[in-house]
Design a protein around this ligand. Structure first.
Ligand SMILES: Cc1ncc(COP(=O)(O)O)c(C=O)c1O
Length: 379
């Protein structure tokens, strides 16, 4: 017998043994400050004690239950999740990943509007499944076929959006800040213009908050950070602080326009993952949590005025470090890692990404500053 892993990932040359808070312990004994945060997953840092106790308690009490049965963690999750929501009446559906959450949002939007066209944007990333990939525009290999008509528009171009969003469009999907594209923010007025264009023709606005949600921008959701509320939004990654989850959140009005049996999932919304998601939502809402996110963000921005960094963009703890002309993000990432700091790259070869745990403390930014100062890269 022979078994190899399918070569989906180009791995870094290090291997991790354990993690503690915002630090990784590598197989070679080095401790690395993790400013990548498991790609926005580690909301509470590694090994969070309260989350560990919650999971242990829930595992012993009820480890899994079919969705045909009601259970206490589902009620508890709703109590914990509701106070963080933008204004409105909402319903949620729980799946297992960001792609699935987006797949479900698109399915709901097209079903509710009885239309078959979706608008998306240059640079977008919404996942690897058929519908999510059809509205993505990245360097990753595409899904062979699209399940609906997908119209790609330039990011931030209000006139192009107004012209394209007509009464044949069922949904407009976007990341409020495009992460993989290189942490690209919306231009001023862009989100408001999309909201107005959708309202004018009855199209539904979907925010993919897989990365921007769960407190990452210093508010529970990007819709609160930007002051624009979508009809549906999705999240995943950090919503259960390390357990696989996908959440599709829709207004009660839209829910009334679609059949309940449109969606379903075996694992989605199980007691263990909802116990984790409830604990995560409560911690995000706890006094001081989001204030610390904003303070740490400011500290990281200040620390990033060193070395070959030309500018910093993004918000909260989703930051893009734009390198000076001629520098390569992959080369700088490797050199920072050699200095004991892990950061991410992006589809933009000149942009590094920071998406650390939301429990990172402002003083820990000093390690990034020192690592940037010690860089020897030249353009
Ligand atoms: C904005 C965004 N949407 C969707 C996804 C897909 O999430 P998943 O990998 O959980 O399917 C990702 C993953 O990186 C993402 O960044």
């Amino acid at each position: 017998m022979k078994l190899e892993e399918f070569k989906a990932y180009k791995r870094l040359s290090i291997s991790v043994v354990s993690a503690d808070g915002c630090e990784l312990l590598l197989a070679d004994g080095r401790r690395v400050l993790d400013l990548y945060g498991g790609h926005c997953v580690n909301t509470l840092g590694a090994g969070d004690e309260e989350l560990g106790e919650t999971l242990q308690r829930q595992w012993k009490r009820l480890s899994f239950a079919t969705n045909l049965l009601d259970h206490a963690p589902r009620i508890d999750f709703m109590h914990a999740f509701a106070p963080n929501l933008p204004e409105g009446e909402w319903q949620f559906f729980c799946s297992n990943s960001g792609a699935e959450a987006n797949e479900n949002a698109l399915k709901l939007a097209l079903s509710a509007t009885k239309r078959s066209k979706v608008v998306y944007f240059k640079g977008a990333f919404h996942g690897r499944t058929a519908a999510a990939a059809a509205v993505s525009d990245t360097k990753l290999a595409a899904f062979p076929q699209a399940p609906f008509t997908a119209i790609k528009l330039p990011w931030g171009d209000i006139d192009a959006a107004r012209a394209a969003i007509d009464a044949t469009v069922g949904a407009v999907i976007l990341e409020p800040i495009q992460s993989l594209a290189g942490v690209v923010e919306p231009t001023p007025g862009f989100l408001e213009a999309l909201r107005a264009a959708c309202d004018a023709v009855g199209a539904l606005l979907i925010f993919d908050e897989v990365q921007t949600g769960n407190g990452r921008l210093g508010e529970p959701w990007a819709s609160q950070h930007f002051g624009v509320i979508p009809d549906l939004f999705t999240t995943a990654k950090g919503a259960a602080a390390g357990l696989p989850i996908g959440l599709t959140v829709l207004t009660s009005d839209i829910a009334a326009r679609v059949p309940g049996n449109l969606l379903g999932s075996t694992f989605g919304g199980g007691p263990l993952v909802l116990a984790a998601a409830a604990e995560t939502a409560r911690r995000i809402a706890a006094p001081g949590f989001l204030e610390r996110v904003r303070a740490t963000s400011s500290a990281l921005v200040r620390a990033s005025t060193r070395g070959p960094i030309q500018s910093v963009r993004g918000a909260g703890l989703l930051l893009g470090l734009v390198l000076e002309e001629g520098h390569s993000a992959a080369v700088v990432r490797d050199q920072l890692l050699a200095q004991g700091v892990l950061v991410g790259t992006s589809d933009d070869p000149r942009v590094l990404r920071l998406s650390p745990s939301l429990t990172l403390e402002p003083h820990q930014a000093a390690r990034l500053e020192a690592a940037l100062e010690a860089l020897t890269v030249s353009a």
